[in-house]
Design a protein around this ligand. Structure first.
Ligand code: PRX
Length: 574
């Protein structure tokens, strides 16, 4: 695979591949996927059993399930060891009276304990709520309060951001850390784990019983709890096979944190449902450490995100040459548009085609993908996987012909589709307002060969470094600052991060627009919400454009920013 034929191989579809795809789509039946699970025979359903215990009871018992490393720790666990550790975690939680349907949150860096705990929560039929460790107090509080969480597993350092006194339903705070840092009423994770038995009864559930709550942002309101059920495992196992192409001896590395859906659906469930060795790397991003990780474990399948690939590209080709990446055989990306330039670069320096995949927190698993035997058209997200039907529809629900831009919609249901939005049926209905379809909120078009091309978000949701940020959440934090009268937040195009957050702010009487004030406001959001939600850019304005009902018109702010026409202003205040 030389440099010269990149464009041809990567871009052009061959007749043979197209036939392969059509055939797979025609003969597909989800019922065939269900036959691969032990519950198909036994009737006993639990995702954690299928991901771990089933393999521990097979000849894969001593196969490595988890290779973990960070700058100080380096550990590996077999499926049998994970079975025992997750049983301990299950017993620890049961002892506290936690059980089926309870919401239990995890708020800690990526360490093996996070994985034991998450599996333990699932084993007792409770619902896991993973939180990204960078969240600050407001972000943590909103999510725990909305879900009515009864317990949280965190660390002595992060517990400062858990305002227990404001969370009446939160009964147990378990800390993972050094014994001397843990005093009552906090519970010492290590001590409890050590005392707990390695054997535990698994709570058998229904396919539609709760599994995980991932909070994610929309353009209005606080983050919403996307509720997934055990049924999702059907599609996670399936896409692990046909999209990630996982095979028995693969060493798989997904770079996402379990605080985001990619880090659970594909950082935990898909690989382990397929019985495959999963690599987890703690600590921060660094091109050198990432490449070292691939060489060290001989990673074969690698799933990451456009921002990471752009940063790796920025680090240069020479860095790549210093590491052994020869084990790689399949590379994938998700989270934001994957630039054609990055695909070409990846093909040249890694000798690998980077396969874009499209899906969302709400969809629970991949839906539109470039899968292994498909030719890549750089810039396209790929085609719906067999078993999934996608279309471009207009606002009235009419299916549009190829090349017309509109709402990217998926025919409902599919196994991993969210079951509901926690506490918010009205929000759920927004996605399903057109009967028979799930409306993604993305706009796209389909070409004549059925490849889908992402065009943008229909709402104001910002995608910065692949992380979804709701402008409302940031605006709400900004107006808490004493100097801020009003704030409007938009995503501004950025070559590395996709988008960065830009805030337009009008100041209260008596405050002067200074560079220091900008910095202080940024710090305020960083410390109150999270670093990734803090504006990278602030512009002070005397007045912000508003509708007559007082809503800030982000569309106008965006037009200002991009120097575009502002469009219909008939609803503007004055
Ligand atoms: O706008 C799309 C973008 O990310 C959104 C979903 O974000 P989130 O729920 O955080 O999930 C990300 C990982 C599953 C989508 O509505 N997005 C995701 N994948 C792609 C994408 N945009 C373009 N191309 C993609 N491959």
């Amino acid at each position: 695979m030389g440099k010269d034929n990149v464009e041809i191989i990567a871009v052009e579809a061959t007749q043979a591949n197209m036939m392969d795809y059509e055939e797979a789509s025609r003969s597909f039946d989800w019922a065939d996927v269900e036959k691969r699970f032990s519950w198909h025979e036994t009737g006993n359903i639990n995702l954690a059993y299928e991901a771990i215990d089933r393999h521990a009871a097979s000849e894969r018992r001593d196969h490595i399930a988890l290779h973990y490393s960070d700058p100080v720790r380096s550990e590996s666990y077999t499926f049998e060891q994970l079975r025992q550790q997750s049983n301990r975690a299950a017993n620890m939680l049961r002892k506290l009276g936690i059980g089926k349907g309870d919401r239990v949150f995890i708020f800690m860096p990526r360490t093996p304990e996070l994985y034991f705990t998450l599996l333990g929560i699932i084993k007792i039929g409770a619902i896991a709520g993973p939180l990204f460790e960078a969240f600050m107090e407001t972000a943590v509080k909103d999510r725990l309060a909305d879900s009515g969480a009864v317990a949280i597993i965190t660390t002595p350092k992060l517990v400062e951001r858990v305002p227990s006194h404001e969370l009446p339903e939160l009964q147990h705070v378990i800390l993972v850390g050094d014994e001397q840092d843990i005093t009552a009423p906090y519970i010492d994770f290590a001590k409890e784990m050590q005392q707990a038995s390695t054997e535990a009864e698994i709570e058998w559930v229904d396919l539609d019983d709760g599994l995980i709550l991932h909070y994610t942002s929309g353009s209005t309101g606080k983050p919403k709890g996307v509720y997934h059920v055990h049924r999702a495992m059907i599609q996670q196992e399936y896409t692990g096979r046909i999209v990630l192409d996982l095979q028995e001896n693969d060493i798989y590395w997904c770079t996402a944190d379990p605080g985001w859906v990619t880090g659970t659906s594909y950082g935990i469930f898909a690989p382990w449902l397929n019985g495959v060795t999963n690599v987890v790397r703690g600590g921060r991003f660094s091109p050198q450490d990432w490449y070292k990780t691939i060489g060290r474990y001989q990673v074969t399948v690698w799933y990451s995100a456009p921002t990471a690939f752009r940063m790796l590209m920025g680090a240069g080709d020479e860095v790549v040459q210093q590491y052994d990446l020869s084990s790689l055989r399949h590379v994938l990306s998700v989270g934001e548009p994957l630039n054609p330039e990055v695909i070409r670069w990846g093909y040249r320096v890694y000798g690998q085609r980077i396969h874009d995949t499209w899906w969302m927190t709400e969809t629970g698993a991949q839906l539109i993908c470039n899968y292994p035997r498909m030719d890549i058209r750089p810039g396209s997200m790929g085609r719906p996987i067999p078993g999934v039907e996608a279309a471009i529809i207009d606002d009235a629900g009419n299916v549009l012909p190829p090349l017309r831009m509109g709402n990217l919609a998926i025919k409902t249901p599919w196994p991993s589709m969210m079951y509901k939005i926690w506490n918010n049926p009205a929000k759920f209905e927004e996605y399903t307002r057109i009967p028979g379809w799930y409306i993604s909120g993305d706009s796209a078009y389909m070409d004549e060969d059925g490849y889908f091309w992402f065009q943008g978000r229909i709402d104001d949701v910002i995608n910065t470094s692949g992380e979804r940020v709701g402008p409302f959440e940031v605006e709400s934090k900004l107006v808490e600052h004493p100097a801020v009268a009003e704030a409007g937040v938009i995503g501004k195009p950025d070559p590395v991060r996709g988008e960065v957050i830009k805030a337009f702010i009008s100041l209260r009487e008596g405050y002067t627009a200074t560079e220091e004030l900008k910095q202080e406001i940024t710090r305020f959001v960083k410390e109150g919400l999270s670093a990734h939600a803090a504006p990278r850019e602030i512009e002070f304005k005397d007045k912000l454009p508003k509708t007559r009902s007082g809503k800030i018109m982000r569309r106008v702010l965006k037009a200002w920013e991009l120097e575009l026409p502002t469009g219909d202003l008939s609803t503007i205040e004055d």
